[in-house]
Design a protein around this ligand. Structure first.
Ligand code: AKG
Ligand code: FE2
Length: 352
């Protein structure tokens, strides 16, 4: 199926595409959104340039990908609780300069994220994405078969504690409350011991509210049927039923493998650019090379998916079952340009 309403230009043979021929403030038909959805499932991340998008149009785009969430940590723009404000300034690490898939500590991680950077630093601040489907497809059959039988634990408090995230979040709140003269959990008038107690309370609550979850190490994409590697270096803590030394070593190996440049695309932000990523079949990394400058953006996260392996056909020696059940040749490390046939994507999606 050819695209009739948008132009789709691949950014690399493996991942990413530029979408043109469209004004997101003036979308007239549902067919346009249908094509954007297909372009996303096919390319994993899509980029728009020169979109002076109004909040209503931005929200409308998000709403086409499922329920939009109000995030637990980010503030939002006035009047639009679903448009999260992300920002960074100074020399402290921003926490997103590490390869990850968003919120895999949830039973149902979010499906799609949309981001526009509203305040660009003078130089740098690119974002990178890697295709976890391409990373999986390029593994040998024995390794694929082994990974298909593994389950991994994803744990939010584990990561938060190792980066002192609660303390950082509270310090941010304290700063905000000092500016605005009032704060919910902490404020600039609290004594050191009151702050310590508030911090401990917050950590306990975080652990209580976020029990760890177990997901398969390989899952099947719900809209295109591709199998993909589903462990990431922020939230995945360990493989189940394995000695922790072995688990650490295997995770480290997979985290390294995903970082091969052949699986990646790097996006240079310009004023009025928008990136949308399929959070299920990618990992991303926000390049932190712009300190101490300010960088800020508006993000929408929408829809969700249940991580599960429904296509066990890609094990040892088996032919890769492509979208729509059509057999494809297994992808070799030297040939990572997995062409998805759009008709097959549509046929697969319709059967869901
Ligand atoms: O700031 C960016 O480019 C992306 C940050 C990130 O990890 C996210 O928005 O999920
Ligand atoms: Fe992220």
């Amino acid at each position: 199926m050819a695209f009739r309403h948008i132009e789709v230009t691949p950014a690399t043979p493996t991942i990413g595409a530029y979408i043109s021929g469209i004004d997101l403030n003036a979308v007239k038909s549902e067919d346009v959104y249908e094509e954007i959805r297909l372009a996303l499932w096919q390319n994993s991340v899509i980029f728009f340039r020169d979109q002076k998008v109004e909040p209503e149009s931005y929200m409308k785009l998000g709403s086409k990908f499922g329920e939009m969430e109000q995030h637990e940590f980010f503030p939002h723009i006035p009047g639009y609780p679903a448009i999260q404000l992300i920002s960074h300034e100074g020399n402290d690490q921003p926490e997103t300069d590490r390869w990850h898939t968003d919120v895999t500590f949830r039973k149902r991680p979010n499906m799609v994220s949309i981001l526009r950077i509203t305040d660009l630093p003078p130089k740098g601040g690119d974002t990178m994405w890697a295709s976890t489907a391409a990373a999986y497809e390029a593994l040998g059959p024995d390794l694929k078969a082994m990974l298909q039988n593994l389950q991994a634990e994803h744990d939010m408090p584990f990561h938060f504690r190792r980066i002192n995230a609660v303390q950082r979040l509270m310090e941010r709140q304290k700063l905000a409350s000092a500016k605005k003269g009032g704060g919910a959990m902490v404020n600039s008038m609290m004594s050191a011991s009151e702050l310590d107690a508030a911090l401990a309370d917050r950590e306990c609550k975080l652990i209580q509210d976020n029990p760890s979850v177990v997901h398969p190490a390989v899952i099947t994409h719900p809209h295109n049927g591709r199998n993909l590697l589903f462990v990431n270096s922020i939230w995945t803590k360990r493989f189940m039923g394995m000695h922790m030394d072995l688990s650490d070593a295997l995770l480290r190996m997979l985290f390294e493998w995903v970082k091969k440049p052949e699986f990646m695309v790097r996006f240079k932000w310009e004023p009025n650019s928008i990136a949308m990523w399929d959070n299920c079949q990618t990992q991303h990394y926000a390049v932190f090379d712009y300190a101490p400058h300010y960088r800020a953006g508006e993000r929408i996260t929408c829809g969700s998916f249940e991580p599960k392996l429904t296509n066990r056909g890609q094990g040892a020696g088996a032919k890769v079952v492509g979208v729509g059940g059509v057999e494809k040749s297994p992808v070799r490390a030297s040939d990572m340009s997995v062409e998805l046939d759009l008709d097959q994507v549509v046929a697969y999606a319709r059967r869901r």
